[in-house]
Design a protein around this ligand. Structure first.
Ligand code: FAD
Length: 334
């Protein structure tokens, strides 16, 4: 084991002071369900760990609205998934957490840590036997010419096609969430759309936060499309597994029964949570039918760039979008 220092600040202000005084090898620790894994695999090797798991200031869940819901970064996934108001008024958000990981993990893991989890690509986690540009920049990518069944068909580059694995961020992306962060240089708000980045030629960089920036809370605007929403996740087994394809969908109808607001974002198929504006436009102003939902699905997957073993994600994805829209439509207030 590599030695590292451990600090558990008592307040957010103290955490910011500790982060300000810490060096570049510092990592924030929340539930530890990903960070400890990656340390054991020698992918993460922090010199200092700042534990924010028990900061009650970061644990608040506010679904009283009316304009937005707010989730402290250290709120447990299980507590957010079980919030009765969220389950009723924003099922896509609650389901994205309820269908992620296992109950034991959700009891420990936080909604802030969930956003910054790293890819589950087997070559990334598989150790030095495999080249991986994300783990060791410039070493190559074993997914090219290797097994790429689980890999991305959107947002990849010549250096990396690893998928973003999380579910929560996909639902947040569909509904324009923002993330409040604090650090030694002050506070700022980052749109979820600007949090994760495509690999380009720097696949080791996955998000736009600095190492000394702490996620404080996640805020989501409350919309009618949130009420008529779902998180539809297709995986190899139902008990718990990462998505092969997932769809966060939401719809709201106008007085005439046409779709006036449509939200579609994809998980399991892209290098980051993937919003589908062209597919949303297909439905906006139209009736939601089996045929129009399939057209939206086809628009969502137009331009996909599959590899050798993941072309199946296109057909699966088109149908998953259509199914998700049907479920969302049944839940929407008419
Ligand atoms: C077997 C297994 C199955 C899983 N299946 C799924 C799944 O199906 N879907 C899914 O979405 N996830 C899945 N996960 C991932 C799991 O949800 C994450 O491990 C968890 O959400 C991470 O939260 P944490 O609080 O434990 O984060 P930690 O492990 O403590 O931290 C994760 C990362 O976030 C950073 N971080 C944490 N909190 C903050 C903060 N407040 N500010 C800034 N940075 C922060 C840490 O520095 C670290 O880089 C699975 C995990 C396992 C082990």
């Amino acid at each position: 084991m590599r030695p590292f220092s451990y600090t558990a600040p008592a307040t957010v202000a103290e955490a910011v002071d500790v982060l300000a005084a810490s060096g570049p090898g510092t990592k924030i620790l929340a539930g530890g369900t990903t960070l400890y894994d990656l340390m054991k695999l020698d992918i993460e090797a922090p010199t200092a760990v700042v534990d924010v798991h028990r900061l009650t200031e970061l644990a608040a869940i506010d679904t009283t609205g009316p304009g937005e819901f707010s989730f402290g970064a250290a709120a447990r996934m299980a507590d957010v998934a079980d919030d009765p108001v969220l389950r009723r008024d924003f099922p896509a958000l609650a389901e994205s957490l309820a269908k992620a990981a296992s109950q034991q993990l959700r009891n420990m893991a936080t909604v802030g840590g969930n956003l910054l989890q790293r890819t589950r690509c087997g070559y990334f986690r598989g150790g030095p036997a495999f080249p991986c540009n994300k783990r060791e920049p410039g070493s190559g990518c074993a997914a090219f010419g290797g097994l790429d069944r689980g890999h991305a068909i959107f947002g990849g580059s010549d250096t990396c096609v690893a998928t973003y694995p999380g579910d929560w961020a996909v639902a947040l992306r569909a509904f324009d969430a923002v993330v409040d962060v604090i650090g030694p240089r002050g506070e700022r708000t980052v749109a979820i759309a600007d949090l994760h980045v495509e690999p380009g030629d720097t696949p080791q960089r996955e998000h736009t936060l600095a190492g000394d920036e702490l996620i404080v809370r996640i805020r989501v605007p409350v919309t009618s499309a949130g009420r008529g929403s779902t998180y539809h996740k297709i995986r190899d087994r139902e008990s718990y597994a990462f998505a092969l394809v997932s769809v966060a969908a939401g719809v709201a109808f106008d007085d005439q029964g046409a779709v006036e607001d449509c939200r579609i974002a994809l998980g399991g198929v892209a290098t980051l949570p993937w919003r589908c504006p062209a597919a949303e436009m297909v439905l906006t102003g139209e009736r939601l039918t089996e045929e129009s939902a399939l057209r939206a699905g086809e628009a969502a997957f137009a331009g996909a760039r599959p590899g050798a073993h993941n072309v199946f994600k296109i057909e699966l994805g088109v149908r998953t979008v259509a199914d998700a829209l049907r479920i969302a439509g049944e839940r929407a207030v008419r």
